[in-house]
Design a binder for this molecule. Structure first.
Ligand code: COS
Length: 393
């Protein structure tokens, strides 16, 4: 007979719930007050970075052995979710720090880990991830950025596009072609490039629909000469490392989607209790109640899938067998399902506020704009479906 403890698998632990409470308080006190201005002015959320660093929440995934908080994959999701609940732009700080540095954690040498993870953990540096290019988006393997060996160095040339937190981050994981004949099957390698390396420069920030507080820029690599020991893993393993990274980090995008959807639902729930039409709160009308019920149902389904995926991510990180855990499928499914749910929930939340939802005097139009990116980045939801279909459990 199964005991109560056997069912703990299906709920976050007490530690995870305590973490949620403390991040929620911090986010409401120190991040939420600036969220509207960060969006309006399209400026980096420095207040959020300061608050996250002061509380050791900016890169929680870094293992303790490298000076980090050593948070598991579910705890990392909880942090991202709670920050996204008040400010989606700010949630990209812990999320992209994980995306940028995970290739080093998964495949890097001990020297690379020591050198680059310690400053990240201390909050002295941020990390970005450079895979996409102007002509290589969904077809990531179509990249043209080249790395050519020159003695004890590699020389990188190319353009990376849609790089989140570019210019703010000090470190960049860059995927580049080292053997054009082999392409994705052994012809791509990963490198750590530093912001201050000679030949590195950045484009103007993209003018985006949402997540306006998180700068997205092109990264230009013009004869960037870096020591050979900056290669992450063996030559030719870069594409696999890039894909393995996304298997884990698509779950953090799912968490971001949960957060923004929860923020919108919470706000709409409060609003319908206050707003009166036809002599009573609009929340008393069954049509409104049905909308809220659907929103909460979709959100909870997305949360369960995301947490199940996060548990798989953690088991793989602890040394499990990625194939046995179906992580590739679960990572894509969580990201795809949660982001589609977030788009529906935030759009319905705008609808519940009527004309007010459509104005910048209320946070819901921002949440709806911010939710949209979760269907696009770390692979469009069309790509997620390709990935799922190729990796059916
Ligand atoms: N884990 C480990 N290795 C993987 C992998 C994974 N999840 N997925 C692919 N690989 C490796 C494999 O080794 C494969 O070679 P073999 O078939 O010999 O084993 C190699 O990569 C090539 O894989 P595949 O043939 O599937 O590559 P495709 O060119 O068909 O591309 C997609 C696959 C479309 C899934 C990939 O390009 C992709 O994810 N695109 C979206 C990129 C993205 O998310 N961009 C957002 C940028 S980050 S913000």
């Amino acid at each position: 007979m199964a005991g109560a403890a056997d069912f703990d698998l299906y709920r976050p632990s007490e530690e995870h719930e305590m973490l949620r409470d403390s991040v929620r308080s911090l986010a409401e006190a120190k991040i939420a007050p600036f969220a509207a201005a960060v969006d309006e002015e399209a400026r980096f959320p420095q207040e959020a970075l300061d608050a996250l660093v002061a509380n050791d929440l900016h890169a929680v995934h870094v293992p303790e052995s490298y000076g980090g908080a050593g948070a598991d994959a579910l705890a990392t999701c909880v942090v991202i979710e709670e920050v996204a609940r008040v400010c989606c732009s700010s949630s990209l700080i812990p999320a992209v720090n994980k995306l940028g540095s995970l290739p080093v954690i998964l495949s890097g040498s001990e020297e690379l880990k020591k050198k680059y993870l310690a400053p990240l953990a201390k909050g002295e540096a941020m990390f970005s991830y450079c895979l996409s290019e102007p002509d290589a988006g969904s077809d990531a393997g179509g990249m043209k950025t080249r790395a050519v060996r020159d003695g004890d160095h590699w020389v990188l040339n190319g353009v990376k596009r849609w790089i989140t937190n570019a210019g703010v981050s000090d470190y960049y994981t860059v995927m580049a072609v080292t053997d054009p004949e082999k392409k994705t099957r052994g012809g791509v390698s990963a490198f750590v490039v530093e912001k201050d390396d000679e030949g590195v420069s950045f484009g103007a920030p993209e003018k985006k629909l949402g997540i306006k507080g998180s700068p997205t820029r092109e990264v230009y690599l013009d004869n960037v000469r870096i020591p050979a020991d900056r290669m992450i893993g063996a030559e030719g393993t870069g594409f696999a490392t890039a894909m393995q990274t996304l298997d884990h980090t698509r779950i953090t995008i799912a968490a971001q989607a949960l957060g923004v959807a929860q923020g919108a639902l919470d706000y709409a729930k409060g609003y319908v209790r206050e707003r009166k039409q036809f002599g009573k709160p609009i929340g008393d009308f069954q049509g409104v109640q049905f909308m809220l019920a659907d929103m909460a149902m979709k959100l909870e389904a997305a949360r369960q899938l995301t947490y199940a995926a996060a548990a798989r991510s953690e088991r793989v990180a602890l040394g499990g067998d990625g194939k046995g855990e179906d992580l590739t499928f679960f990572g894509a499914a969580a990201k795809c399902y949660a982001s589609d749910a977030a788009m529906e929930i935030t759009t319905d939340a705008v609808q519940l506020l009527g004309g007010y939802g459509y104005t910048r005097d209320y946070p819901l139009e921002r949440m709806m704009r911010d939710a949209k990116i979760t269907q696009i980045y770390e692979g469009t939801n069309q790509v997620q479906r390709i990935v799922m279909a190729r990796n059916l459990p």
